[in-house]
Design a binder for this molecule. Structure first.
Ligand SMILES: [Zn+2]
Length: 274
C-alpha cells in the first residue's frame, strides 16, 4: 500500500492540537499516515511516545519522523558533530518508542569542501550512529534526504550510495531535486530514471517501503526557496502520481505543501482513481 502522509498535525485539528489529537483528526479526515515534525527539537518524554503509539495503532496511522534541522554530519568542530549525532540518535530512539517506520534527516553541508571528502565524513558519522542500531532503533530506518540547495550534501546518488552501504533507505524528495536542478526532475521520464537509479542501488524490493517527500516548490538557480501548494506551483504532480502507480511504489509519500491536509487529500484522491 502507498500512504499519503500529512506533514504534521493537520491545520483543521480542533482545540489545542498536539500529536495525539492530530492523529485522531487526520484519521477522521481519511488520512492514513503522518510525519511528526520534530524539526526544532526531539520530544523528551517517553510516556508521550507511548500515547502516540497507542493512538496510531487505534487509528491505523503509518508514522514517520522529521529529525531536527540543526544537523551537520560534516561539521568541522567536534562539538557540533557530536551534537548532530546525538540529535539523530535521540530522534531515532524516540521514533522507535512510538512505532514510527523511518526518520528523515538532512545530512550535512559541504562547507566548501570537495563532495567526496564530505561524503567520507558523513559516512564515518553514519557508521558511529549505526553502531547503536540494535540497542536504540532496531525497527526504525535512518532516511537521509535528497536536499534542495547545491550547498547541501544530498544529491540522489549521494544518499543512495550511503543508504546502500548501511542497508537503510533514503528520504527521496523529488521537489528538492527539482529545485536543486533549477527545473529538472519534473517529467515522467525523469521520475522513471529516478526510480531506476533507486532500484540499481537498493534493489527492486526497496520500492515496497519508500519514505518520500513531495510538494510544489519555489526555486532559483541557488535551489530551493520555499515549499508551495501543489496548485500554485509548476509541479507536474498528477504525472508524478502516475509514475508512483506504474512502478508499484509502496510505503509513504509525505505531502510537504503548506496546505497540509488539503493537498495530502488532493494527492490521495487523485491516486485513488487508478
Ligand atoms: Zn526535510
Amino acid at each position: 500500500m502507498l500512504h499519503f502522509a500529512v506533514a504534521g498535525v493537520p491545520l483543521s485539528t480542533p482545540g489545542s492540537g498536539g500529536t495525539v489529537k492530530g492523529i485522531e483528526h487526520a484519521h477522521s479526515l481519511g488520512i492514513t499516515a503522518m510525519e511528526m515534525e520534530w524539526v526544532q527539537q526531539v520530544p523528551k518524554n517517553p510516556e508521550r511516545m507511548d500515547e502516540i503509539r497507542e493512538a496510531a495503532q487505534q487509528c491505523n496511522m503509518y508514522l514517520t519522523v522529521h529529525a531536527p534541522y540543526f544537523i551537520n554530519l560534516n561539521a568541522k568542530e567536534k562539538e557540533k558533530l557530536a551534537a548532530s549525532k546525538k540529535r539523530i540518535l535521540d530522534a531515532l530512539s524516540m521514533a522507535e518508542r512510538c512505532g514510527a517506520h523511518s526518520v528523515c534527516v538532512h545530512p550535512a553541508f559541504y562547507l566548501g569542501m570537495d563532495p567526496s571528502d564530505a561524503y567520507e565524513n558523513v559516512r564515518q558519522a553514519t557508521a558511529d550512529i549505526m553502531k547503536q542500531k540494535d540497542t536504540l532503533f532496531s525497527h526504525v530506518n535512518l532516511g537521509f534526504e535528497t536536499m534542495g540547495k547545491p550547498t547541501q550534501f544530498g544529491t540522489l546518488e549521494e544518499v543512495l550510495k550511503l543508504s546502500k552501504e548501511f542497508h537503510i533507505y533514503p528520504t527521496v524528495d523529488p521537489a528538492h531535486m527539482h529545485a536543486r536542478s533549477n527545473g529538472a526532475w519534473n517529467t515522467k521520464q525523469e521520475w522513471n530514471d529516478m526510480f531506476d537509479l533507486y532500484v540499481k542501488y537498493l534493489g527492486k524490493k526497496a520500492l515496497s517501503s519508500v519514505h518520500m517527500h513531495y510538494s510544489g516548490i519555489e526555486y532559483t538557480e541557488k535551489g530551493e526557496k520555499k515549499h508551495l501548494p501543489l496548485l500554485q506551483s509548476d509541479a507536474k504532480w498528477k504525472d508524478f502520481l502516475t509514475v508512483l502507480h506504474e512502478r508499484g511504489v509502496e510505503g509513504t509519500v509525505v505531502c510537504e505543501s503548506p496546505l497540509l491536509e488539503e493537498d495530502t487529500l488532493r494527492m490521495q484522491r487523485e491516486y485513488s482513481k487508478f
